[in-house]
Design a binder for this molecule. Sequence first.
Ligand code: 5GP
Ligand code: MG
Ligand code: MG
Length: 197
Amino acid sequence: MVQLHDLQFTPFISEEEINTGIEKVAAQINVEFGDKNPVFLGVLNGAFLFAAELIKRFKGDCEVNFVKLSSYEGTGTTGNVESLMGLTAPLKGRNVVVIEDIVDTGNTLESIDRILKKEEVNQYKIATLFYKPASYKKDLHIDYVGMEIPNDFIVGYGLDYNGLGRNLTQVYKLKKSKMTNLVLFGPPGAGKGTQAT
Ligand code: 5GP
Ligand code: MG
Ligand code: MG
């Protein structure tokens, strides 16, 4: 068990399971983008470890870029996606692989879709290490998924709770507590996106 700020988290996904997910996605991307000179576009902060491990496994020529988007505060989504650092190189006509840590409601993906359409990329695909299908509300296709997970709030392997936990080498989930739910989310139905239920 780990304690981050005021909350406790229990072990959930092992390093081995994470690596299996990364290898699966890397193999798919090598087949589909090996000869396409892609630009990998990592979404900071959460995707920094996944991006590094995925890009290390890519066999062809590639370029690497990052944007910084934020929608979460504490353990819930705000619904608003803020761009904290935009594109620093033009992507017009390029083949882009977006690298996300986790897809929850899909709000962040929608922002990325808007940005890449405006850039007039040739094509883009989405790779995410974790995906919460029960929480996803959009129609955008998610091309490469390391692992599907239930609607728990997780930390570790790049993902944080209010800044802490990104350095954990495995993934932990929020420990269930009726008190925590009431304090964080109010009565049932009050929250949006992931809830710690
Ligand atoms: P979405 O925009 O799809 O609702 O959420 C995407 C972003 O919210 C992720 O990139 C991540 O930063 C954050 N997020 C979503 N679910 C979780 C979670 O379970 N744990 C943490 N630490 N962040 C999450
Ligand atoms: Mg992210
Ligand atoms: Mg975060």
